[in-house]
Ligand binder design. Structure first.
Ligand code: NAD
Length: 476
């Protein structure tokens, strides 16, 4: 069988073969894990140009340098970190045996076992990263994997499927392409673990489908990542860093700043500095190769619709850079929507494109309350120099991750978990935390050579002495 699958029947057959091989194989040694990780690295290194060209074609304009940084190097970072560190993660861990069995010679340890085969469903916005970064964790834990790229980036899916079929044994890693129907069939397969990256709404469907086979899920979802700018922040520097972050991938990142909460008095300084940076990065938009286009007409209409609705309802909108609105292609200046109505779509839905909401505030506690009234965000950002206030924000909010005095950065940490909580998902990957996510932690207890429970009067028929001995141990 090729590593490139075309039908759900082929996928089902492959999973049966995987299961048989997993049961027969026993230990998945370090060399096997490293070989699989190295093959994934080789796929990306050898096909980097074709993959970047495919992403450029799918977006209708995405710079090769950005695709190299975001998707190729982002994935290589996870794969190499796993390859170079997995030996420290694998070993069984001795655990403390309870009394009195510890003194009788019993032993216990935890084994980190591969679960089997991990299914990975990716998105279009980071079409390589959302497959290969979880793949690094899945392979480090000794699993096999099947990837399902997004049909919204079809050229990338095609090039990737071909590259994987050329380089991988399907018993290690395979790919299946297809649309929503294939995604539905995929989510209903008896994987040993399923990773889904995508929207919160589809995430719920995935979890329902996985439940039929009791397949554990890691859900890497989205949401409205808020930014809190303190009165104590360096406003111009915060604006500069946020403009850089918001411009990345045309705002189509899961952790892209979505809502910015700003002290009323800082509004003009912030807008001036933000637009100055954004316009310096992207002085033109329509034909600017550095700027990533919106992926398709449907998503463009969605983002433009959010802005138009907010504007009709009275919100102020500033465009950045201040250039004529393009009439062709799918690159648009950033729309900064200031203080829209709370129920406007742009306040309810993840923006995921070239628009941003600015909300002015006078009491940071109200900001925290407002954030807590919505779903738990994937990322939260705080800019400020007041440690007590920073701790207040950290203590009173819950999000997948946090970056302080910058944006996006926590997600690039290979040596720390990346994932959401509540509406933004469950589970995580990266580094040892990802290794643990895709391993089964199995406790093994080895009985003592002698068993004195009978001599100690601990077995039926129970005596009064036994009951009194048990009762004496019920302590606070
Ligand atoms: P999406 O939910 O529309 O699709 C994601 C994947 O699910 C695609 O491969 C698609 O084919 C498949 N799919 C769609 N409907 C399905 C169904 N009913 N059953 C099974 N599979 C189905 O998401 P998208 O538009 O590709 O990506 C954007 C979303 O992903 C945003 O919300 C963004 O925040 C989120 N995202 C999250 C992360 C993260 O790491 N947490 C990373 C990137 C993107």
């Amino acid at each position: 069988m090729s590593a490139q699958l075309e039908t759900s029947q082929q996928l089902s057959d492959l999973l049966k073969q995987h299961r048989k091989a997993t049961d027969e194989q026993g230990v998945v040694d370090v060399a096997t894990r490293k070989r699989r990780l190295q093959t994934a690295i080789d796929v990306l290194v050898d096909h980097q140009q074709a993959l970047c060209a495919a992403m450029d074609a799918d977006f209708g304009g995405r710079h090769q340098g950005f695709s190299l940084m975001n998707d190729i190097l982002g994935s290589l970072g996870s794969l190499k970190h796993a390859r170079d560190n997995l030996e420290q993660w694998l070993g069984s861990e001795q655990r403390q045996v309870f009394s009195p069995y510890d003194q009788m010679g019993s032993q216990a340890w935890v084994q980190y076992k591969p679960k089997g085969t991990v299914g990975i469903i990716g998105t279009w916005n980071a079409p390589i990263f959302t497959l290969f970064s979880p793949l690094a964790s899945a392979l480090s834990a000794g699993n096999r994997a099947v990837l399902k790229p997004s049909e919204v980036a079809p050229e990338t899916a095609r090039v990737l499927a071909k590259a994987i079929a050329e380089c991988f044994d399907p018993m290690d890693v395979a790919v299946i392409t297809g649309g929503v129907e294939m995604g539905q069939a995929f989510a209903g397969m008896p994987f040993d673990h399923l990773v889904f990256t995508g929207s919160t709404e589809v995430g719920k469907k995935i979890m329902r489908a996985a439940a039929d086979n009791l397949v554990p899920v890691t859900l890497e979802l989205g949401g409205k990542s808020p930014v809190i700018i303190s009165e104590t922040a360096d406003i111009a520097e915060a604006a500069r860093r946020l403009a850089i972050a918001k411009g990345m991938n045309g705002g189509q990142l899961c952790i892209s700043p979505d809502l910015i909460y700003l002290p009323v008095a800082a509004r003009d300084e912030f807008l001036q500095a933000f637009c100055a940076t954004y316009s310096a990065l992207y002085p033109t938009i329509e034909n600017n190769p550095d700027f990533t286009a919106v992926i398709n007409d449907q998503h463009l209409a969605r983002v433009v619709g959010y802005v138009a609705q907010a504007q009709e309802e009275g919100a102020e909108v500033i465009y950045c850079p201040d250039v004529p609105m393009p009439t062709t292609g799918r690159k648009r200046p950033l729309s900064i929507v200031i203080n829209p109505a709370l129920l406007a779509d742009i306040m309810q839905e993840e923006i995921f494109g070239p628009a941003l909401v600015l909300l002015t505030y006078s009491d940071i506690k109200h900001v925290v309350q407002e954030i807590n009234s919505g779903g738990r965000p994937l990322a939260l950002y705080y800019f400020g120099q007041d440690e007590a206030e920073q701790n207040y924000v950290l203590d009173h909010t819950l999000s997948g991750g946090v970056t302080l005095n910058d944006a996006l950065m926590h997600a690039a940490m290979e040596d720390a978990p990346f994932g959401g909580v509540g509406a933004s998902g469950m589970g995580h990957y990266h580094g040892r935390d990802g290794f643990l996510q895709f391993s089964h932690a199995r406790t093994v207890f080895r009985g003592a050579p002698v068993d004195p429970r009978g001599e100690w009067g601990m077995l039926p028929p129970f005596s009064e002495h036994f009951t009194a001995a048990m009762a004496s141990q019920v302590t606070r």
